[in-house]
Design a binder for this molecule. Structure first.
Ligand code: MG
Ligand code: MG
Length: 281
């Protein structure tokens, strides 16, 4: 979710101790998403899923960061089908076979944030929608795999776009929303575009933490916000996917704070060897 207006660039760099807290927050988010994923089936309401997430986050001694954020009423965003992001969980919104649902979740540990999202099919969904999910998740990892200490933000944005363009289908890359810096607040500078040119933008330095979140539709990239003041949908009604991770950079490469293994398995698919990391000691 992204509802902040940023004026001048204020990039917060974190110490190793602060990154360790963000790792703890990231693992809480990963666990919450795993718990929610396990409950996704036809008939369940998006409110039920929100309850699962909030219970998990509080059970870990963490705080749901979405709840109350600019008045947002829940601990997750639950965005179904043509809803792209910022869907409000409701007891009346029951999932049906063939739906896809994006679950976006954030948690705070000792003042530090984690933020991640997954899109999950409900039962059997059509093959073009399954492919949309696969392609969107792959673009996120392509972006993460392109990030290096000393590189530029545009390297990452470019890699996401290139990954999405490398298919026969002309996917809609949402331009109005993007990723963000993250730390003592959920949304910080810099804004992270899902398209761009390599070698441009902010320098990728030690202590930077970013949430990267491609949002992609099967149709046009144009979006509109519904009257509830939150839910963002595709204008043409096409289905959307949204995947997100929070990461930082080390000498060994990207460290994906919201992935339970630190990103090791997925980054290996891009030829990157990074240490598999478990719980912080
Ligand atoms: Mg985010
Ligand atoms: Mg998010």
């Amino acid at each position: 979710m992204w509802k902040a207006k940023l004026s001048r660039q204020m990039i917060q760099l974190k110490t190793a101790d602060e990154i360790a807290l963000m790792r703890r927050a990231g693992l809480v988010v990963a666990g919450a998403l795993r718990a929610v994923r396990g409950e996704i089936r036809a008939g369940v309401s998006t409110q039920d899923l929100d309850d699962v997430a909030e219970r998990y986050i509080r059970g870990q001694g963490a705080t749901p960061s979405f709840l109350g954020y600019h008045g947002f009423p829940a601990s997750i965003c639950a965005s179904v089908n043509e809803e792209i992001v910022h869907g409000i969980p409701l007891p009346t919104r029951r999932l049906r076979e063939g739906d896809v649902i994006s679950i976006d979740c954030g948690a705070i540990v000792d003042g530090y944030h984690g933020d991640a999202a997954i899109t999950v099919p409900v039962g059997d969904v059509s093959s073009d929608v399954l492919e949309l999910l696969r392609v969107t998740e792959m673009s996120l990892w392509a972006g993460l795999a392109a990030a290096r200490l000393g590189g530029r933000l545009g390297d990452l944005s470019h890699a996401i776009e290139q990954s999405l363009r490398a298919h026969d289908h002309d996917y809609g890359i949402v331009r109005k929303y993007g990723g963000h810096g993250i730390g003592t607040e959920m949304h910080q500078d810099p804004h992270v575009l899902n398209y761009g040119r390599p070698g441009r933008g902010s320098r990728l330095v030690r202590g930077l933490a970013l949430a990267v979140e491609p949002m992609v539709t099967l149709g046009r990239p144009d979006t509109v916000e519904l009257d509830d003041g939150w839910t963002v949908v595709s204008v043409d009604g096409s289905y959307a996917a949204h995947f997100e991770h929070t990461f930082t950079l080390t000498d060994e490469g990207p460290w994906v704070l919201t992935a339970e293994d630190g990103g090791a398995a997925k980054l290996a698919e891009f030829g990157l060897t990074v240490p598999a990391r478990g719980q912080p000691t």
